[in-house]
Design a protein around this ligand. Structure first.
Ligand code: AMP
Ligand code: ZN
Length: 466
């Protein structure tokens, strides 16, 4: 398996520290609002990578944090007249609701920054002791000049970074590129007791500390959205490697943005759609399909049209599943025959191809094309004359590959059932209203889908014919 490593700017063979195990840390949301589908892409991408690693037999320890203390949290809590803790509780609950609806698997642990304050304080103390951080009036800054590798993730040295950055001059810092690892309390802010007085942690130190605590000194994969590469991840490296003297993460993976009109979707630009509002109109399959139909390192320019087309694409895949599930119940032959066994074996090439694509830096776009090739083959070769076992086995293969992307797991047969029941009820209502034109239209539409309605003493029944 090869993955693109932001740190080395090339695709590398993926070799985990412990064979068969993957230690993965993904930077999670700041919980002051509903998350938007730009954030959603990052969560879906790394959920898919985790699913795929598991599909390939790895045991994945997957950590995604909640940032539940920072300026945005404090301001929003003040606006709403609630505590920062209450705000965090509220939006963590909302996060799970939307993430579950998007079929994002729960992390092994979702640490909250405020639950690790003691460890963070110890981490800052270690930085000071080792000469990498200094205190000024209750604030503690990281001394970027002290860390030789500063800038290695973005591939620039400190001087270049300094020229490129627009940093406000702060007299108290020794160097403009230094950043806060501990912030002294300002009036009205929540604060914790520390050797430097009341204060709270800086953002970057949270991730360094929680990753170390939950995964150890060196982790396999550290991931997040592209915007986190600098300064967030660069600073995490500087902090962690200063304390442990070991590489912090072996592979750095970054997901490209979701844009709107070629600008990054973000809360501050107010050009966002929350996952919650999109989920009112589209289901997880359509949304995940959209996010995975491009490679994760390529930006998506979001439009509703794109989502509509994702929806119809995923429906084409479901048609095959649906058909196979109906066939499984309707075909006469039960057990698989010799020529069918050969056919079934021939489908293995699609699994091989799918794995080949995904093994190449998680190329979900090409992997999805393989899914279409597979369903096309099945549509052409499995029919009412096939055995139930062949129908079932080919369906299982589609579901198996879909599962590693978190798509194609819905119970379509049930959905078809409820859709038809709904249409039958609409037709009954139309008859009651003496709207026979509508009643006939519903019957004819169903007939064109090979579904026949029969009036029986027990009510209306339906059956599928071929
Ligand atoms: P935040 O809640 O802003 O800290 O972001 C949570 C995660 O979403 C981080 O990994 C960000 O990099 C990522 N993210 C934020 N905006 C976008 C976007 N427009 N497209 C893709 N990922 C994003
Ligand atoms: Zn982080």
């Amino acid at each position: 398996m090869r993955v693109y490593n932001t740190l080395t700017r090339q695709k590398e063979e993926f070799i985990p520290i412990i064979p068969g195990e993957v230690k993965m840390y993904v930077c999670g949301p700041t919980v002051y609002n509903f998350f938007h589908i730009g954030n959603g892409r990052t969560f879906i991408v790394f959920d898919t990578i985790r699913r795929y690693l598991e599909y390939r037999g790895y045991r994945v320890r997957f950590i995604q944090n909640f940032t539940d203390i920072d300026d945005k949290m404090i301001n929003k809590a003040n606006d709403e007249g609630i505590t920062v803790k209450e705000l965090g509780d509220k939006y963590i609950k909302e996060y799970y609701q939307d993430a579950d609806a998007l079929r994002i698997e729960r992390a092994t642990v979702n640490p909250r920054a405020t639950e690790y304050i003691e460890d963070i304080i110890k981490f800052v103390e270690q930085l000071i002791e080792a000469g990498f951080a200094y205190e000024v009036d209750g604030d503690v800054y990281y001394s970027t000049k002290r860390f030789d590798g500063y800038g290695k993730l973005v591939g620039q040295n400190l001087e270049d970074l300094q020229t490129g950055a627009r940093i406000s001059v702060d007299e108290r810092k020794k160097d403009p590129m230094d950043f806060a690892v501990w912030k002294a309390q300002k009036p009205g802010e929540p604060a914790w007791d520390s050797p430097w007085g009341l204060g709270r942690p800086g953002w970057h130190i949270e991730c360094s500390c929680m990753a170390k605590k939950l995964l150890g000194d060196t982790i396999d994969i550290h991931a997040g959205g592209m915007d986190l590469r600098f300064p967030h991840h660069e600073n995490e490296i500087a902090q962690s490697e200063a304390v442990t003297g070991k590489p912090f993460a072996n592979y750095w993976l970054h997901a490209a943005f979701v844009n709107v009109d070629n600008k990054k979707m973000s809360k501050s630009l107010n050009n966002f759609f929350t996952a919650r509002e999109i989920l009112e109109e589209y289901d997880a399959d359509a949304i995940r399909f959209l996010m995975l139909s491009g490679h994760y390192r390529i930006q998506i320019n979001f439009t509703k049209e794109l989502l509509d087309s994702a929806k119809s694409s995923i429906e084409r895949l479901y048609n095959c599943i649906n058909n196979l599930e109906n066939l499984t119940n309707e075909v006469k032959k039960k057990t698989i025959e010799e020529d069918e066994l050969n056919y079934l074996r021939s489908l293995d090439k699609y699994r091989d191809k799918f794995i080949e694509k995904m093994d190449d830096d998680f190329n979900t776009a090409d992997a999805i094309s393989v899914l279409f090739d597979l369903t096309r083959d099945i549509n052409n070769n499995v029919d009412i004359n096939s055995s139930a076992e062949l129908c079932k086995k080919s369906n299982e293969l589609i579901r198996e590959l879909g599962k590693s992307l978190g798509i194609l797991q819905s119970q379509m047969r049930k959905d078809l059932e409820s859709e038809i029941q709904e249409l039958i009820e609409q037709r009954q209502q139309a008859r009651k209203n003496k709207d026979f034109a509508l009643a006939d239209k519903i019957r004819d539409d169903l007939k064109s889908r090979n579904i026949i309605l029969e009036d029986t003493p027990q009510g209306v029944r339906w059956k599928k014919i071929d």
